[in-house]
Design a protein around this ligand. Structure first.
Ligand code: GLV
Ligand code: MG
Length: 349
């Protein structure tokens, strides 16, 4: 086991110091684009202005023949745009692929100072993080970077889920994780062909009515992702990292998308992926705290100024714990309000 004293020392001579806190910035959506596509590259300035995180995708959904063009396209986009407050991420190919090493060498070497986070797909265990962590430190040192590039893992294999705590604890470089329901379904041999969301077959059914045993019985669709999401949220938050829901593939079902995103928000996720421009506003709406919740939370904080003791507000008991819940809501609202004048006004800041 590594000495705790080593944890915040760079893994290569000359690499930047690891961060002891993950920067908390609005991260409501990670918007994916394919950098091999010239039309998408042209749209980057307009899209970057609308999203919290812009991610150049080099992995799945980029055809094999376009892998190198995607890498070149990403380097070009990173070099030739000013991203302002928007974070720039990339999803590299998986560690066992023929492209991973060049993705890392080229991107860190050529535009490392512009990239906030590298998303690692198909992470299986802490050994994957140890490797990527050390490699990144070597490349950062070589490129003379002053700020460490963080790592974001996709939780999308059965083994990865089994090892989720060890992955989260493997390095101070872990920025967060995303639930990847498509690869995870395949890895687990789940019998769904959808990318995220529910399934009408995954349900519970009322008992038969004893007076009418053949009569209709109500059914309730259940959430296929609940267990994994909960494990991911606990693994991330226990190390100060940020959990995200991943892709929702049914672009033609904005209502289903909103429900999936809201489940993630309520369970503690900070954002989700947007795969299509129409999902940006859904994520923006869902992952910004609701105005009425913020106004309520502000009343509780004002009524219990030092956060101790117990009082009633509109017939509801408030104490130290509910004060902390309200503080989570108000802190997030303040963060969003810094970049969103309309919400700032609505929240009353
Ligand atoms: C995302 O990469 C997924 O597989 O769902
Ligand atoms: Mg995947």
């Amino acid at each position: 086991m590594r000495s705790p004293r080593e944890f915040y020392r760079p893994l290569a001579l000359g690499a930047p110091l690891p961060l002891d806190n993950i920067p908390v910035r609005p991260s409501r959506m990670i918007h994916f684009f394919d950098p091999s596509n010239a039309k998408m590259r042209d749209k980057v300035p307009a899209i970057a202005a609308q999203v919290d995180i812009l991610l150049g995708n080099l992995e799945d959904a980029v055809a094999i023949d376009n892998k190198e063009a995607a890498r070149e396209g990403f380097i070009d986009v990173a070099r030739s745009n000013d991203f302002g407050d928007t974070q720039l991420w990339t999803r590299v190919n998986s560690l066992d692929s023929p492209w991973f090493l060049d993705d890392m060498l080229r991107i860190v070497g050529e535009v490392g100072e512009r990239v906030d986070v590298i998303m690692l797909p198909k992470v299986q265990g802490d050994w994957d993080i140890f490797y990527a962590d050390q490699l990144l430190a070597q490349l950062e040192a070589k490129a003379g970077l002053e700020r460490p590039i963080l790592l974001h893992c996709i939780l999308e294999t059965a083994l990865g889920v089994a090892n989720v705590d060890a992955i989260a604890q493997a390095s101070p470089r872990i920025q967060g994780m995303s639930l990847g329901p498509a690869d995870l379904a395949a890895s687990r041999r789940m019998k769904t062909t959808r990318i995220g969301g529910g399934h009408p077959g995954y349900l519970v059914r009322n008992d038969p009515d004893e007076h009418n045993p053949e009569g209709p019985r109500a059914t309730y669709q259940q959430d296929l992702w609940h267990y994994t999401m909960a494990r991911m949220v606990d693994a991330c938050v226990s190390v100060g990292a940020l959990p995200f829901y991943g892709p929702f593939g049914a672009i033609d079902d904005p209502v289903g998308c909103e429900d999936q995103f809201r489940n993630a928000f309520l369970m503690g996720c900070v954002g989700a992926w947007s795969l299509h421009p129409s999902q940006i506003s859904i994520a923006q709406r869902v992952f910004s705290p609701p105005v009425e919740e913020v106004l309520w939370a502000r009343r509780v904080l004002e009524a219990l100024p030092d956060g101790s003791g117990a009082i009633m507000v509109d017939g509801k008991m408030q104490d130290d714990a509910s004060w902390k819940q309200c503080k989570v809501m108000v802190d997030l609202a303040r963060l969003i309000a810094e970049q969103d004048a309309d919400r700032k006004r609505a929240y009353g800041f």
